[in-house]
Design a protein around this ligand. Structure first.
Ligand SMILES: Cc1cc2nc3c(=O)[nH]c(=O)nc-3n(C[C@H](O)[C@H](O)[C@H](O)COP(=O)(O)OP(=O)(O)OC[C@H]3O[C@@H](n4cnc5c(N)ncnc54)[C@H](O)[C@@H]3O)c2cc1C
Length: 411
């Protein structure tokens, strides 16, 4: 091992990678070295207006690792949620389900925050706690011939090299580390894409989120700080590409038909973006001295805004498993340590992935019979407070075997 060695090397400085790095340094202190490599570290996110829903469990994690106090003031709590189910041309959209209130007194079930604000806060915190940040990609890794079980050799795109006891792939949906580890995925494309934009509106949203189930897929209006909302608008891929290429006036007309005028006049702010939607789960979350977290391990439909939150659950579980092992003097990259992580996360991921897949299939269609059936179901949930509360806690990430950080406990 050389003087550049790291106990853990994380490839990918997105939400998942940076959060894991901070949690490990906080749990294990300066004697445990953690490096993050990502070619986009140090690249400005200015102008990127994308935003995410951060559920209560994920917010507890950010609070516990000392990141939320840097961004909480910019986050918009979701105080209320309205779900409707109708055809595009319907003049009135009956409300089938409403959620309001907190998961605990004073704790909203989710907040909306711009991705760039959260990423900047994570980078700053990682630097403060002594994470070794490297603005380069992991180009190649190999297991040494002499003792395959002791470490992994990493080569960076900038020519540098390092040896580590554990390589964490937090390198996103197209993870090259997952591919090079021989880990296959199973899943499918939806033939749907999400148009993502922000809009400014005349009237206050009062913290209300709206999910309109339209025949082509969900149209979500998510409140941002001020008189602004983030829109995640699902269409078939061909229709999304047609809409995104329209002139400003024609695009506005399509938007207004779906957004309606409840919040007064609306205006698109920033760029229009489109994301093809798919679902996959990696067949394994671990390989020899390698662990997958976040989108490298799974990608789900954004219908329930849970993708990142699932990734943070991976991070919290892996951090807990590594901290427990390292405190006992055990090797953080040992097979049994990684097995514990995989057992904890893979089944839960599959269950959430299939639930969001089912939800999308149930709602993204034109069948009136199915519409009637699901509206009866939604109406029932709406009238049963116990069931509704369970749904809210599930959506907030507070059900099941919740890792400590997501419960707001230090490692
Ligand atoms: C339309 C849409 C809306 C969504 N809304 C929500 C929401 O409201 N709530 C929610 O929870 N989730 C949401 N998601 C999902 C969420 O955006 C993702 O799950 C999340 O961004 C994944 O984070 P990550 O850190 O795993 O990966 P990424 O954010 O993809 O980060 C991966 C990083 O790895 C780096 N990288 C790649 N290759 C290498 C390499 N070889 N070496 C080093 N670094 C590398 C990249 O530069 C990148 O910075 C949404 C997704 C979509 C498409």
């Amino acid at each position: 091992m050389t003087r550049n060695d790291a106990d853990v090397l994380i490839a990918g400085g997105g939400f998942a990678g940076l959060t894991l790095a901070i949690a490990l340094r906080q749990g294990l202190g300066a004697a445990f070295s953690v490096a993050v490599a990502d070619p986009t570290l140090g690249v400005s996110h200015a102008g990127d207006e994308r935003a995410s829903a951060i559920v209560a469990a994920a917010r507890r994690l950010f609070e516990t690792i000392g990141v939320w106090d840097r961004v909480g003031g910019d986050a918009q709590p979701i105080l209320d949620m309205v779900v409707t189910d109708s055809r595009l041309g319907d003049a009135v959209r009956p409300t089938f389900l409403t959620f309001s209130g907190d998961v605990e007194p004073g704790e909203p079930f989710a907040h909306m925050i711009e991705n760039r604000l959260l990423l900047d806060a994570l980078v700053a915190k990682a630097r403060d706690v002594g994470v070794d940040l490297r603005a380069t990609a992991v180009a190649h890794f190999s297991h040494p011939d002499i003792d395959a079980k002791a470490w992994v050799n990493i080569e960076f795109a900038n020519g540098g090299a390092i040896a580590t006891r554990l390589l964490v792939a937090a390198d996103g949906a197209r993870s090259t580390i997952r591919g090079a580890s021989g880990i296959a995925t199973h899943g499918w494309n939806y033939g749907q894409s999400a148009i993502v934009i922000n809009v400014a509106h005349e009237r206050d949203h009062d913290g209300r989120a709206e999910e309109h189930f339209l025949p082509a897929g969900p149209f979500a209006i998510l409140p941002l700080k001020g008189r602004r909302s983030s829109i995640v608008w699902t269409e078939t891929t061909a229709e999304a590409e047609r809409i995104i290429a329209l002139s400003d006036d024609a695009f506005h007309a399509e938007l207004e038909q779906r957004f309606k005028l409840n919040l007064g006049e609306i205006k698109v702010i920033g760029a229009r973006r489109v994301h093809p939607l798919g679902f996959f789960v990696a067949r394994a979350f671990i390989a020899e001295r390698i662990a997958l977290v976040g989108d490298a391990a799974h990608v789900i439909h954004p219908i329930a805004g849970q993708g990142l939150n699932m990734g943070l659950k991976d991070v919290a579980a892996l951090a807990e498993v590594i901290v427990d092992a390292a405190r006992l003097g055990l090797d953080p990259g040992a097979a049994d340590v990684l097995e514990r992580y995989q057992r904890w996360r893979r089944f839960d991921t599959m269950a959430m992935g299939l639930a969001t897949d089912g939800l999308n299939r149930l709602f993204s269609n034109r069948s009136d019979v199915l519409r009637l059936a699901r509206d009866v179901g939604l109406g029932l949930v709406d009238r049963l407070p116990g069931l509704k509360r369970l749904f809210i806690r599930e959506a907030a990430g507070l059900v099941g075997e919740v890792p400590k950080l997501l419960r707001g406990e230090l490692l």
